[in-house]
Design a protein. Structure first.
Length: 219
């Protein structure tokens, strides 16, 4: 085990409990991972956050096979593997079934540019993927399409994915996307949200390229 692996295992356990404490996941829903060398670490299948230990975190190769026989990774390991293979900028991936993001995903809605903070996810909208059964290659393929040029997406009738240059940043973006989903749902309840114009959104996207540079946070 490398010097970096044990702290990363511990961080994934802590992050899993943080997601549950904040109401972004419940029970055994959702999963998260972090890149490690040419593979990644991912939370196991069917283990509640309160019972999750560093030893239970599953080390995976780039081919999606567990390093240690007998360990069972999250059923969603395919989209974690494929995101790391496709996205050099992804050092961590968080998947949650948070209430508002999931509610919009069940309507198969994108989150449009109703608020400038949408730019934090990397583009003009947070897309909702096409539907596919959980744990399948089809779901991973759909997620990759929705994530093209973005750092977050909704999964139709399922939940949300966020990625980041670190586990902390992926968690921060997860929280931000859920808040945007909440705000958008509230705006829909009270009328038709007025969307930013392309020029207004482009200005926000440009400013977000350097926003947060002083404190090491993603824009």
């Amino acid at each position: 085990m490398s010097a970096a692996e044990q702290p990363l295992r511990e961080a994934l356990c802590e992050a899993s409990r943080t997601l549950e404490a904040r109401g972004l996941n419940t029970g055994t829903a959702g999963n998260l991972s972090a890149r490690l060398g040419d593979g990644f670490l991912v939370t196991p299948s069917g283990v509640k956050p309160a019972r999750l230990t560093p030893a239970a975190i599953v080390a995976m190769g780039a081919d999606g096979r567990p390093r240690d026989a007998g360990q069972q990774p999250s059923s969603e390991w395919r989209f974690h593997r494929d995101i790391y293979a496709r996205r050099a900028d992804a050092q961590a991936v968080v998947h949650v079934h948070s209430p508002y993001a999931t509610a919009l995903a069940c309507q198969r809605r994108d989150i449009p540019a109703f608020h400038y903070m949408i730019a934090k996810a990397g583009g003009a909208s947070i897309r909702c993927s096409g539907y596919a059964t959980f744990g399948t290659q089809a779901l991973s393929d759909a997620a990759l399409v929705a994530l093209d040029g973005r750092r977050a997406c909704l999964l139709a009738n399922h939940g949300m994915i966020a990625l980041g240059a670190s586990l902390e940043r992926a968690l921060d973006l997860t929280v931000e996307v859920e808040e945007l989903a909440r705000q958008y749902a509230l705006a829909l309840m009270s009328g038709t949200p007025v969307l930013l114009s392309p020029a207004e959104l482009d200005d926000a996207l440009e400013r977000f390229k350097t926003y947060g540079a002083g404190d090491g946070q993603d824009p």
